[in-house]
Design a protein around this ligand. Structure first.
Ligand SMILES: NC(=O)c1ccc[n+]([C@@H]2O[C@H](COP(=O)([O-])OP(=O)(O)OC[C@H]3O[C@@H](n4cnc5c(N)ncnc54)[C@H](O)[C@@H]3O)[C@@H](O)[C@H]2O)c1
Length: 264
């Protein structure tokens, strides 16, 4: 079988659950070495073992995306183990919802630090290494440098969502971060994209879809023409953005919207 990412390395933050877990497993199936960077040791180890038991190459690194020292250490482990990173996929994220007048400063800071600052810190750490390699081996054309991809996970919620001001601000911030990185880094053959998924059924939702006799499940099923999403729909789009098929694209902000245009 011709596997898309044979010999490539994907560094996936939040790779221990939900979207990150699906991405890690799918990239491993496509031949990639997969680095799972997560704060949850239990989940990270579970995914690492699952991938290895199927003959894939996986490394779990325990870390906290909002802590620069921790990011530095985990990125260093990935480069040491696999030689480089080809795809940085920033999937670590949390929700701490609340209405504006009730939301604590702690919840604001935590969400911004994990969702937005965490994406910046990982981008910074990988870019530092990628740029250094380019500067040590100058080429005439951009495309002659190693092809690197960064995929950030924004959300349809970046367009506005009641009770989620911290989350929305962090996900809108990711769009600005992505566009800036796309402009700044393409000279090194680094392409940066963001995806904006609609509601996807993963552990981040807690019991939202089950509580009140499934009231919210019915509500979202009514709002999303193609239904509540599955993690593999996101993984498929990310595989496209990391593949040869999208090599001529940069700074794409891709909605994965289940058929719905506009806010949920
Ligand atoms: N599920 C959805 O409906 C949806 C929709 C749009 C965007 N997103 C975004 O997709 C991303 C993944 O979400 P998910 O649905 O897979 O959630 P999830 O809760 O299943 O997975 C998030 C992962 O991030 C990890 N994590 C949390 N804080 C961390 C930290 N400080 N350092 C390292 N790892 C940390 C968690 O341990 C977990 O493994 C998030 O950024 C989320 O905002 C999700």
């Amino acid at each position: 079988m011709n596997r898309k990412f044979e010999g490539k390395t994907a560094f996936i933050t939040g790779g221990g659950s939900g979207l990150g877990e699906a991405i890690a497993k799918d990239f491993a199936l496509q031949g990639a070495n997969v680095v799972i960077f997560d704060i949850s040791v239990e989940n990270g180890k579970r995914i690492e073992e699952e991938i290895q038991s199927k003959g894939g190459h996986a490394l779990f690194t325990e870390g906290d995306v909002k802590n620069s020292k921790s990011v530095e250490e985990c990125v260093a482990k990935a480069f040491d183990k696999f030689g480089t990173v080809d795809f940085l996929i920033n999937s670590a994220g949390i929700l701490r919802d609340g209405l504006i007048h009730k939301l604590s400063e702690e919840k604001w800071d935590l969400v911004m630090n994990i969702n937005l600052k965490g994406s910046f810190l990982c981008l910074k750490e990988c870019s530092k290494r990628w740029i250094e390699a380019v500067k040590n081996n100058r080429k005439e054309h951009i495309v002659d440098y190693p092809d690197k991809r960064v995929i950030n996970i924004s959300s349809i919620a970046s367009e506005g969502s009641i009770g989620q001001i911290n989350y929305v601000a962090s996900k809108a911030g990711i769009i600005g971060l992505t566009k800036t990185a796309a402009m700044e880094l393409i000279r090194y053959n680094i392409r940066t994209h963001a995806i904006m998924p609609t509601l996807i059924e993963t552990p981040i939702l807690g019991d939202v879809l089950e509580k009140e006799d499934g009231k919210w499940r019915k509500y979202y099923e009514g709002r999303i023409p193609l239904g509540i999403g599955k993690p593999r729909y996101v993984s498929d789009a990310i595989q496209f953005l990391c593949s040869e098929d999208s090599w001529f694209m940069n700074g794409v902000i891709l909605p994965i919207n289940g058929g719905r245009l506009g806010p949920l």
